[in-house]
Design a protein around this ligand. Structure first.
Ligand SMILES: Cc1cc2nc3c(=O)[nH]c(=O)nc-3n(C[C@H](O)[C@H](O)[C@H](O)COP(=O)(O)OP(=O)(O)OC[C@H]3O[C@@H](n4cnc5c(N)ncnc54)[C@H](O)[C@@H]3O)c2cc1C
Length: 324
């Protein structure tokens, strides 16, 4: 506790930084779940952010970086350490090249590009969260992902600010090099888009948002899909033989298909439920807890492993929860 107090004092002296003590993380996750963080910091200044990391590191304090909290399961006990959120949200365009700070809402970046008649982000319309979170997890939908358009990513590696070109980011389906280096903090990204008719792009985006809002009502406390889809080529011959060809899309088998076969739809644990209409959609129906959420996830994984001999991998990220 003295180290936290000492760090709190150092953080309080950093300009352009807002600091909370014992902040409930349930206020910062779409699941509405998560106990308090000893310290919670927000800043739109790169210098302040780096200063805060240095102060936390000097204090030997655990660090977690979050974005919009739309893909997070945070422990009911919260985090004994510091949670940081980068709020820089500037958007810029120069011809077909656009740039966004990591703290910008992904939807604002999508709208910004569409308004400038630039094609390439419209299929990401309606994906909640920040640009930083989208780059970290290579967010995507409708057969496209942000990585297809990323030219470079600017990030802090704990010592200095670096810039990675697209190939260095090692993007794959819902993966990037940043997932293997949780201490790297994305500050901004530059993308190259293509000129197109803004009206057509807007229509595409608005059709997508309509469909998404039916599947994920805006008030639903969830994280989108809990589990990643699976590559058909990664499955054992026995598991692959059971998958009907009609469910395979772009070489992937939806995790929802496996979950359906094991009766996941409608399952519940406390206030945590699997949607009756979508087996890979788990939501908090009221006063759900991370304990129940993790238990339900583990139960679903065990059912799928028992039936198909494969292990589902979570798309959601865990904070303060060991062994998940
Ligand atoms: C209703 C709903 C629908 C969804 N649909 C989709 C979908 O169609 N496709 C899809 O891909 N995802 C989807 N998601 C998941 C989620 O929206 C994305 O993963 C999103 O990109 C997460 O962004 P975030 O800012 O909320 O990140 P958070 O949830 O806050 O964090 C997620 C991870 O990103 C890391 N992170 C965040 N910011 C930074 C940064 N600046 N630097 C380094 N690491 C960072 C965090 O450490 C954490 O590990 C959906 C979620 C919901 C709730």
């Amino acid at each position: 506790m003295p180290l936290i107090e000492e760090t709190r004092r150092r953080l309080a002296a950093i300009p352009n930084l807002t600091l909370w003590r014992d902040e409930p993380l349930s206020l910062h996750t779409r699941f509405g779940i998560g106990g308090p963080a000893d310290l919670y910091v927000e800043t739109g200044s790169e210098e302040a952010f780096m200063g805060a990391i240095e102060a936390a590191r000097d204090g030997g304090i655990e660090i977690e970086v979050i974005g919009g909290g739309t893909n997070l399961i945070v422990s009911d006990d919260g985090l004994r350490g510091i949670v940081l959120r980068y709020r820089g949200a500037q958007l810029e365009a120069n011809g077909p090249c656009v740039r966004a700070e990591a703290g910008a809402e992904l939807q604002d970046f999508v709208d910004f590009s569409i308004d400038r008649g630039l094609k390439g982000l419209e299929t990401l319309a309606g994906i909640p969260g920040s640009v930083g979170g989208a780059v970290y997890g290579n967010a995507g939908a409708y057969g496209h992902a942000i990585a297809e358009r990323v030219v470079e990513v600017r990030f802090f590696d704990g010592k200095r600010v670096r810039v990675f070109a697209n190939e260095e980011c090692q993007f794959q389906y819902r993966e990037s090099v940043f997932k293997d280096h949780k201490e790297w903090i994305i500050f901004s990204t530059g993308l190259r888009l293509e000129p197109a008719d803004a009206g057509v792009l807007r229509e595409t985006a608005s059709d997508i948002v309509k469909v998404r809002n039916e599947k994920f009502p805006v008030t639903m406390k969830c994280a989108g899909s809990i589990f990643k889809n699976l590559m058909l080529s990664d499955l054992s011959a026995a598991a692959a033989a059971e998958v009907p060809a009609r469910v395979v899309r772009e070489g992937k088998v939806p995790a929802a298909w496996f979950l359906e076969q094991v009766g996941a739809k409608g399952t519940r644990r406390g206030d945590i439920r699997v949607a009756a209409y979508h087996a890979n959609l788990v939501y908090n129906d009221g006063a759900g807890t991370a304990t129940d959420l993790c238990a339900l996830i583990n139960d679903l994984k065990a059912r799928v492993t028992g039936r198909f001999g494969l292990v589902l991998e979570e798309e959601v990220q865990f904070v303060g929860i060991a062994g998940q």
